[in-house]
Design a binder for this molecule. Sequence first.
Ligand SMILES: Cc1cc2nc3c(=O)[nH]c(=O)nc-3n(C[C@H](O)[C@H](O)[C@H](O)COP(=O)(O)OP(=O)(O)OC[C@H]3O[C@@H](n4cnc5c(N)ncnc54)[C@H](O)[C@@H]3O)c2cc1C
Length: 465
Amino acid sequence: MSDTSFDLVVIGAGPGGYVAAIRAAQLGLKVACVERENLGGICLNWGCIPTKALLRSAEVFHTMHRAKEFGLSVEKPGFDLDAIVKRSRGVAAQMNGGIKALFKKNKVTSIMGEAKLAGKGKVEVKTGKGTETLTAKNIIVATGARARELPGLEADGDLVWTYRHALMPVRMPKKLLVIGSGAIGIEFASFYNTLGADTTVVEVMDRVLPVEDKDISAFAKKQFEKQGMKILQKAMVKQLDRTLGKGVVAHIEMGGKTEKMEFDTVISAVGIVGNVEGLGLEEAGVKIDRTHVITDEYCRTGVEGLYAIGDIAGAPWLAHKASHEGVMVAELIAGKHPHPIKPNSIAGCTYCHPQVASVGLSEDKAKEAGYEVKVGKFPFIGNGKAVAMGEAEGLVKTVFDAKTGELLGAHMVGAEVTEMIQGYVIARQLETTEEDLMETVFPHPTMSEMMHEAVLAAYGRALHI
Ligand SMILES: Cc1cc2nc3c(=O)[nH]c(=O)nc-3n(C[C@H](O)[C@H](O)[C@H](O)COP(=O)(O)OP(=O)(O)OC[C@H]3O[C@@H](n4cnc5c(N)ncnc54)[C@H](O)[C@@H]3O)c2cc1C
């Protein structure tokens, strides 16, 4: 490489790193971004995007089974798993190519290699051609995270899978155990269950999707069970006995007893750990809590000129949080005055069937925080568009501060809610009150009218229930 001196070197080209690099370049900084595997990181290659491609195939397959309801006919619906996976990989590859083009357009120097900190303002990069040292006025560490592996439950790629294996399956599971019912676990459970796998989900907490509002978890659980999934709550997989080529016997502890159950495939989705190793972080003086870098609200590590963003900087582990932090830090470095991120205004979406989306505080969390709350609920069955779409199963729930009318949280389960939640995110960002929301005119017929009704319901004014 001819030029090795930059205003900013970004380590990792996931949605945190590549967005930071582009924004910094737009602001006139000379930027390099180092990536050891795939441009676009986990999100574009092994996370958000390829999973949504798989889930779209499952959704279409599910709808094909319902053809008659819509006055249509389909000869026996079927699927080709290899073709579904090929489509998903194609979508990921297309997105990955897009980042390459964006880097070129914005004049970001893209370096494929493994980077680590090498003293103040220095980054050492190992590429296929050898090792070289970049100098940087500023460095952003955006190295992301990987699947957490619990002792005894480690993935082997054959019988026990992480999300990477589940995205490129070696077979269609017949009897599937999913350990963990967070977003990643439930999305894969939903995908394989829809395609016909006999699916059991084990969750250690007292409900599925445990970070969601209780009403939403309960509603989603009922729907999953209707679709044939078995959900074991307050249950823990203690041991997996593997017999190669045959399957796994899972020892599952529940209510003080241990039961043995057989499966041909296990997906372990028990969380993630940050990629903090081998980067020279501690030597540089960066503080680490378990597997995450400790930062302030501006993603500053406490070491001058060194920032950490995205999954490596802790929860929420979401692509849009990573990207927003990337923009914020790029602007900070360029001398602008960005606002710090408000974690409570970052929506979480799960693309299972039915979809789940939420922002802000759940009813319980709001009460725990000392708020007196007003709660509104509106069922999909009361919405004309939802019924016309054949998607009448769902719920929208709002939580307001009874004293000030602040929208504390919004929670949804049902079709298209991952697209609708942004309406409430904007409301929170603009600090709208219940009155603003009630006076807003929602177009008809749309599913978004339910968002209006759930606000009206909190104040005893719902019209269609
Ligand atoms: C199955 C799955 C589904 C998901 N679905 C969603 C979703 O629907 N919505 C959502 O918001 N989030 C989703 N996520 C989470 C999302 O993918 C992450 O929050 C996001 O990718 C984090 O971005 P990041 O830039 O911090 O890190 P990453 O995307 O992990 O990128 C980090 C990059 O750094 C590179 N790297 C690491 N170490 C080095 C090094 N030393 N040198 C050079 N490069 C290095 C890695 O190769 C990687 O490409 C999903 C995750 C998974 C696993």
